[in-house]
Design a protein around this ligand. Structure first.
Ligand code: ZN
Length: 315
């Protein structure tokens, strides 16, 4: 019988972070806590299992030594990374490489496709997704001349919004926004513009050449077609399936028997409380339902983001 793996998050201080991750029940290292690496086997924040047979083991060690838990035979690294991000202030405007560019220029690392579910945001909050340049030449000119205000495409954002960010797409989470991010397991970010902010008296490094190299022009938004279906008392909203992951939003009031999966599933409780197969869960809990665990019962009043890897991503 496989066990559900409850994950101990890793919290990260960031110059743009705040204190809102307290709302998820975490002890914060400081009043500038920007990221909760909720389900991660990345060396920059390798989460530890907090229950059962594997209590105290890192997620990367389970991936390396107990692959039967995941239902994927290929892949040298655990494929996904789940974060909650509290942007008290604006994050830098950035862009990520795709797999091919990262493999060639970043020591064989993965590229980064990511997606955002907006957990909360202030009134009239905005985010940056994409840019206004029609050609690479125009984008390059605006970047080199520092005309970022003309370049970046800023749009309003609301609680419950969902965005898919492909490699090569300029993006920035702006202040007053809390999001749950599902992404490829990668930490490669090219900073295009940092609002001319100072950290310890200095501007943070920009990665202008890499950014220009990977920026896709013109920008085209990825338009998802959310499909909603019912499982028992749960409403499941399918948000995206891309070559790397599938992501769903689950709202439950009552009981639902969720079907078994051939591969593992990441679940993050983003609201409410309840139970999974009789074990109590509440807002801020993150856990992995192993491959071939079988059907599992969710009960209570819960809001959950669920993700699973796509087979395609395992090389
Ligand atoms: Zn990003």
């Amino acid at each position: 019988m496989k066990e559900i793996l409850f994950i101990e998050p890793v919290l990260k201080e960031r110059i743009w972070g705040g204190t809102r991750l307290k709302e998820y029940g975490y002890d914060l290292p400081s009043d500038q806590t920007g990221e909760c690496w909720a389900i991660s086997a990345h060396p920059h924040g390798d989460c530890v299992i907090r229950n059962g047979t594997y209590s105290g083991c890192t997620l990367s060690s389970l991936w390396n030594n107990h692959r039967e838990l995941f239902g994927l035979t290929g892949g040298s690294e655990f494929p996904l990374l789940i974060k909650i991000i509290d942007a008290k202030n604006d994050l830098s405007v950035q862009v990520h490489p795709d797999d091919a560019y990262a493999a060639e220029h970043e020591n064989g690392a993965s590229g980064k496709t990511e997606c955002w579910y907006v957990l909360d945001c202030k009134e009239d909050a905005a985010i940056v997704i994409g840019h206004n340049a029609k050609t690479k030449e125009e984008a390059e000119r605006l970047i080199r001349e520092g005309r970022f205000r003309e370049l970046i495409r800023e749009i309003p954002v609301h609680k419950g919004d969902f965005f898919q960010i492909e490699p090569g797409v300029l993006h920035s989470i702006k202040g007053g926004t809390v999001i749950l991010e599902t992404q490829q397991n990668s930490d490669i970010t090219y900073r295009v513009y940092d609002y001319d902010r100072l950290q310890n008296g200095k501007k943070r490094e920009l990665h202008t050449e890499q950014s220009i190299a990977v920026l896709k022009c013109p920008f085209r938004p990825t338009v998802g077609k959310p499909v909603t279906y019912r499982v028992g008392a749960a409403t499941v909203k399918h948000l995206i399936t891309c070559p790397y992951y599938s992501v769903e939003h689950i709202t439950l009031s009552g009981t639902a028997l969720m079907p078994a999966g051939k591969v593992f599933q990441n679940l993050s409780v983003i609201g409410g409380e309840g139970a999974i197969d009789g074990t109590k869960i509440r807002k801020g809990d993150h856990f992995i339902v192993p491959a071939e665990y079988g059907a599992f019962e969710l009960s209570g009043a819960l809001e959950i983001i669920r993700s699973s890897p796509c087979e395609l991503m395992v090389k």
